[in-house]
Design a protein around this ligand. Sequence first.
Ligand code: ZN
Length: 170
Amino acid sequence: MTKKKFEDSFVKISGLIGGDDYVRVAKSLLSHENTTDEEIAESTELKINLVRKCLYDLFGRSLITGIRVRDTKRGWFVYRWKAQRDQVEPFVESQKSKAITRLTQRLNFEAEHEFYHCGNPSCMKYEFNKAIEVSFKCEVCSQPLKLLDNSKLKAALELKIHEIQNEENE
Ligand SMILES: [Zn+2]
């Protein structure tokens, strides 16, 4: 196994999705094109069910293609799998854009809502309307509720969004 294959973006993204087993399957897919479940299981020494689970997952994310062909020796149909390396970048971009959407929604929610808290880490946060309902007294520990300063959380969310956006421009 060469160092280049180790750093391949297809292998890297597979690892991020499913960990070490996926890395082994991804490397196997790169070293043999149009390979079958069984061949991958053999070369990775992973259980066939695990290999299939990984393949179907990667297939579902359009990171690999599968072609159904007849196994000439045995007469039944098998799938031959192939890495779609050109799909790695679109996949990463779509993951990033989903993450940005999620973080932005959270940020907007934090910006639009005031939260009240008693200071006890195990107690819940109260939205303004709920805090009025309980007369600004924690339902769990009976301590007074104080307006929660979420500026640090908002700043952290903003920072994370900028980080992801900057990655995109690389
Ligand atoms: Zn409390």
